[in-house]
Design a protein around this ligand. Structure first.
Ligand code: FUL
Length: 508
């Protein structure tokens, strides 16, 4: 094959390369022209799957814990609950849930449709332990996956479902056979996948085993989570219907950040050494072999994941801090908003979400970088269809990027305005399609271009990844108070696994 194409390729080399360089190593030159006409940097492995990249872009989304526990004042039902205990006082209203999430600036939501108690919030064929078995009229007509998917589509939001692998109702669970996984778990996920081929995430909690009703056995059962759920087959079944659906947690395509308090490590890699439950970690692993980005799950309210009497909502300031400590640290944030017994979010939650949305807009929406002149210490040579100019950083296009030359592991990017600005936050995004690279950076401001002040306090300016937001005063809890006067902002990349790439920098 190679021999046959050699004369043609040789011709290309003659046209595109200066004679001195092709003469040194003609075949290598030919190969690189053929394979990398755009002169893109070599990827740094491991790399994300397309669905994982799309998932990362969802950034901030809601969690809705609603189910039989909403009516029994529990966090974990044991599976023995009579279905009639699920008794909404009005028709559950997923559209109202998602509208509140949207007003907070969230891009989507995940609805719990089966928790550990095994009660299904849709008319499933897999078990009678579902909404249709309740004597309540609103319950009988409930189909959360159907209504949630429809509302998300109407509102232009992303959506997905939480389906608990652990099922404390089923007599099959952990009975020493494959029955549970074959007859309930995978068919349930497949039923859910059929509620919309554009789902972005299916949520598989790691809690498993222990005591439960288990079809009346009322005993303790344990399973080996590394093999029991037949994950390869589960993924296959779901991805056939929903190719862009990231299988979270037990599914092994995105990891738990390792706490439920709404923070990720300041250093945080999108890669890890272990999949599934074992990969849970605040920082990931610099030399991991597997793309496994982190998701932080946290509560917006003061009590449980499910709604309880006397529930209060955290302040917008506290929620903004969580945002900075998760989305701003290269993780995604799934923020829980529990609907109450009426199947709606309480007014206090709705109002707080609007307040948070306004705060995000005030603080992180007016991008000053777009009005700046951007200069860089070096620019990679353009290829046939692509250039790597500094202006790509502020063009609002995630598919164009600035890149340094091969062999460079440091660089500076400087923003300059005609007039002095007040700045508080710097947001950076690597072009992670080619792998996560940056290991260390510095941010400085200057009013005159001569004297520079290092910003960010004691924050570890290590990884960037999909997104990093640095509050310049070094505080995530009171980040807005102190602004800095600057005619210049300079980002210095001090160390990187290979030549750095950035597709966006924003300054607020
Ligand atoms: C946990 C579960 O056990 C909780 O009930 C809740 O659903 C939370 C989001 O995940 O592991």
């Amino acid at each position: 094959m190679r021999k046959r194409f050699l004369p043609l390729l040789f011709g290309i080399a003659l046209i595109t390369q200066p004679s001195a360089s092709y003469a040194q190593n003609e075949f290598q030159v030919v190969e690189s022209v053929r394979e990398n006409p755009d002169n893109e940097p070599q990827p740094v492995h491991p790399l994300p799957h397309a669905r994982q990249l799309m998932w990362n872009e969802t950034e901030f989304y809601a969690f809705f814990h609603y189910g039989i526990n909403t009516y029994t004042n529990k966090e974990w039902g044991d599976g023995s609950e009579n279905p009639s205990l699920f008794a909404p006082t009005a028709a559950p209203d997923p559209k109202q849930w998602l509208e509140a999430a949207k007003s907070a600036g969230m891009q989507g939501g995940i609805a719990v449709v089966k928790h550990h108690d095994g009660f299904c919030l849709w008319p499933t064929a897999t078990t009678s332990h579902n909404v249709t078995a309740s004597s309540n009229e609103y319950a009988k007509a409930t189909n959360i996956p159907k209504d949630f998917a429809a509302a998300a589509k109407e509102l232009g939001m992303k959506y997905g479902f939480y389906v608990s692998p652990w099922d404390r109702n089923s007599g099959y669970y952990g009975d020493g056979t494959n029955n549970y996984v074959e007859k309930l778990f995978i068919p349930q996920c497949t039923e859910l996948a059929a509620y919309g081929d554009d789902q972005f995430e299916m949520w598989f909690d790691g809690a498993n085993g222990g005591s439960g009703y288990y079809g009346g056995a009322n005993e303790s059962r344990s399973i080996d989570a590394s093999t029991y759920y037949d994950i390869p087959n589960l993924r296959h079944q779901v991805h056939q219907l929903c190719p862009n659906c990231v299988m979270w947690g037990v599914g092994g395509e995105a990891r738990w950040i390792g706490n439920e308090a709404g923070w990720a490590g300041e250093t945080n890699w999108l890669i890890q050494n272990n999949g599934r439950g074992a990969g849970a970690n605040t920082e990931g692993a610099e030399n991991g072999w597997l793309w496994l980005p982190g998701e932080s799950d946290a509560k917006a309210t003061t009590k449980g994941w499910f709604w309880h009497e006397g529930e209060d909502v955290l302040s917008a300031e506290r929620l903004f801090q969580m945002y900075l400590e998760t989305v701003g640290r290269n993780a995604t944030l799934i923020l829980n908003l529990p609907p109450d017994k009426s199947g709606k979010l309480p007014t206090a939650t709705v109002n707080r979400m609007a307040e948070l949305g306004n705060m995000l807009k005030t603080r992180l929406a007016n991008d000053l970088a777009k009005t700046a002149k951007v200069t860089v210490s070096e620019t990679r040579a353009a290829g046939a269809q692509r250039n790597y100019e500094a202006s790509n950083i502020i063009d609002d296009n995630k598919d164009t990027y600035w890149a340094a030359n091969d062999g460079s592991t440091s660089a500076t990017i400087t923003f300059e305005w005609d007039n002095v600005q007040t700045v508080r936050y710097v947001t950076m995004m690597e072009y992670v399609k080619l792998g996560q690279r940056v290991k260390n950076f510095t941010i400085e401001t200057s009013e005159n271009g001569v004297t520079w002040t290092k910003q960010g306090g004691n924050i570890k300016c290590t990884t960037i990844g999909y997104k990093r937001i640095i509050p310049l005063n070094g505080s995530t809890s009171s980040s807005y108070s102190t602004g800095y006067k600057a005619k210049y902002v300079r980002i210095t990349i001090n160390d990187s696994k290979a030549c750095p790439t950035l597709h966006t920098v924003s300054i607020f």
